[in-house]
Design a protein around this ligand. Structure first.
Ligand code: SAM
Length: 456
């Protein structure tokens, strides 16, 4: 059986309490996952109880089943999340407000038809409706964004009227009319009446970055930083503990919008074209919209609520560049080397393939770039440090920022800046840190943004 409690990271103290109680506690709740090559039973509720059994050496335990037949995770995700939340409400306050917020956001993201109201979620999670509203209003605003808003958004990101017409199924003339007749002058009146941005976004059925774009259009970059409440970093150390949830969707590996904004501030000008080859949750295009840069985005995961992200699968044999427009900046935030996610994600590559992939990508980018194009490449050192004292770490598998520097140099790019953008270490529990200290394990929270210019 695998641990897959849907919300909580195991808390060592809880496990200890269960362990000491001599296993006098109800069996964990589990479900069988369908479509797996190996049949897997996953824990829906009771990760601490399961861990306590495991730590005591149990190889087999009893579990209650949510449903006897195997279930497909994707189609049952909301039901599973709600069942887990319901169980957690019954046994004390195990879900922190942060966990509940994440569940509410996960459900809202999957529930594109907006079937679950804020009231319904509030009841299931044991909080008041206003709390759910502050947690999910940005997601709901994006889901309800009207067609005209999507058209104007794509237009401001630099799409031609033909390209927009093709994805929304309207004629070029109709697109031209919609773009020409757009009028949101009431926004400033609403703001002067003290209305909040999410009220305005809801009122106009628009997403929050679009409302911010309308409000800040024509201002300088410096003024935008100030209005967004972001300090403008003057030095090459950019650490931001939290992602600004107004920008981008909840997405694995989502990066802080402030990091993107600083890159645009120092390495592009308003009106420049930014290419985001692996766009994920779309934080780069949202920031480009507000900072008035054009943007072309690609990803394996194209979806209906993000029409600006076009499907493209980059692979080891790539010869084709998916666009004819030459970018001023390529903002490249690939999945970091980890060997974990399944293919076709590039993290599943071996070290040799992973390096080869970047070599191919940078060569292709060089061929399709302007003389002045820059690459902003975000990545982190990967070392085999799990459970291994620093002196005993095997080195042959590691990939560090020096390797990326080398590959860029070999493919026609000169690294001009290295900016440190560390990840937050707050996610580690006190116990984990203690274990690492005891065993002299040196973890890594470093992450670097390399800026490279094209060598002609
Ligand atoms: C680290 S995430 C990007 C996160 C994004 N910057 C954000 O803040 O939301 C990397 C993305 O690369 C995409 N990806 C991985 N392998 C890919 C491939 N071979 N071709 C296209 N996209 C790929 C994944 O789908 C994922 O969305």
């Amino acid at each position: 059986m695998k641990s897959m409690d849907l919300f909580v990271a195991p808390d060592e103290e809880m496990i200890e309490i269960y362990r000491l109680s001599g296993h006098r506690y109800p069996a964990p709740l589990a479900y069988k996952k369908e479509n797996e090559k190996i049949e897997a039973t996953l824990i829906l509720d009771g990760i601490h109880r399961w861990s306590a059994y495991k730590e005591c050496g149990f190889k087999k335990i009893e579990a209650k089943h949510w449903k006897m037949e195997p279930v497909d995770y994707e189609t049952n995700k909301i039901a599973l999340l709600l069942e887990g939340a319901r169980c957690n409400l019954k046994h004390g306050d195990r879900l922190s407000p942060r966990d509940k917020k994440q569940i509410a956001r996960d459900i809202a993201t999957s529930d594109t038809e907006c079937i679950y109201t804020e009231e319904a979620l509030a009841e299931k999670l044991g909080v008041i409706r206003q709390t759910v509203n502050t947690w999910i209003s940005d997601i709901r605003a994006r889901q309800k964004a009207g067609r005209d808003i999507i058209i104007i958004r794509l237009n401001r990101l630099g799409w031609t009227q033909d390209q927009i017409g093709e994805v929304v199924g309207l004629s070029r003339n109709r697109i031209s009319e919609i773009v020409g007749n757009a009028n949101f002058s009431e926004i400033d009146t609403l703001l002067s009446q003290g209305r909040e941005m999410d009220y305005i976004a809801r009122h106009y059925h628009m997403d929050i970055p679009f409302a911010l774009f309308l409000h800040l259009e024509g201002r300088t970059d410096q003024e935008k930083f100030k209005e967004l409440g972001w300090g403008l970093r003057t030095w090459d150390q950019w650490n931001f503990n939290e992602c600004d949830e107004r920008f981008g969707d909840d997405w694995p590996g989502r990066i802080p919008a402030q990091l993107v904004a600083h890159t645009l501030f120092y390495f592009t000008n308003p009106g420049d074209l930014v290419l985001d080859p692996m766009a994920g949750g779309g934080v780069v295009s949202d920031v480009c919209l507000v900072f008035e840069r054009r943007c072309e985005s690609f990803d394996l995961a194209a979806r209906d609520n993000r029409l600006e992200i076009k499907y493209h699968y980059w692979n080891l044999k790539d010869k084709d560049w998916p666009t004819t427009k030459k970018p001023d900046l390529i903002f490249f935030d690939p999945p970091y080397y980890s060997k974990k996610p399944p293919p076709p994600c590039i993290s599943s590559y071996s070290k040799e393939e992973y390096e080869k992939f970047f070599k191919g990508f940078f060569l292709l980018a060089h061929k399709n770039a302007k003389e002045t194009t820059r690459i902003a490449f975000l990545n982190a050192d990967w070392r085999d440090f799990q459970s291994t004292p620093a002196l005993k770490e095997p080195q042959n598998n590691s990939i560090t920022i020096f390797d990326y520097h080398r590959i860029l140099s070999e493919t026609g790019w000169k690294v001009t800046h290295r900016i440190e953008c560390p990840l937050s270490s707050e996610r580690m529990t006190g116990n984990e840190v203690q274990k690492m200290q005891d065993k002299r394990i040196l973890g890594t929270v470093g992450r670097s943004l390399l800026i490279a210019r094209r060598v002609v």
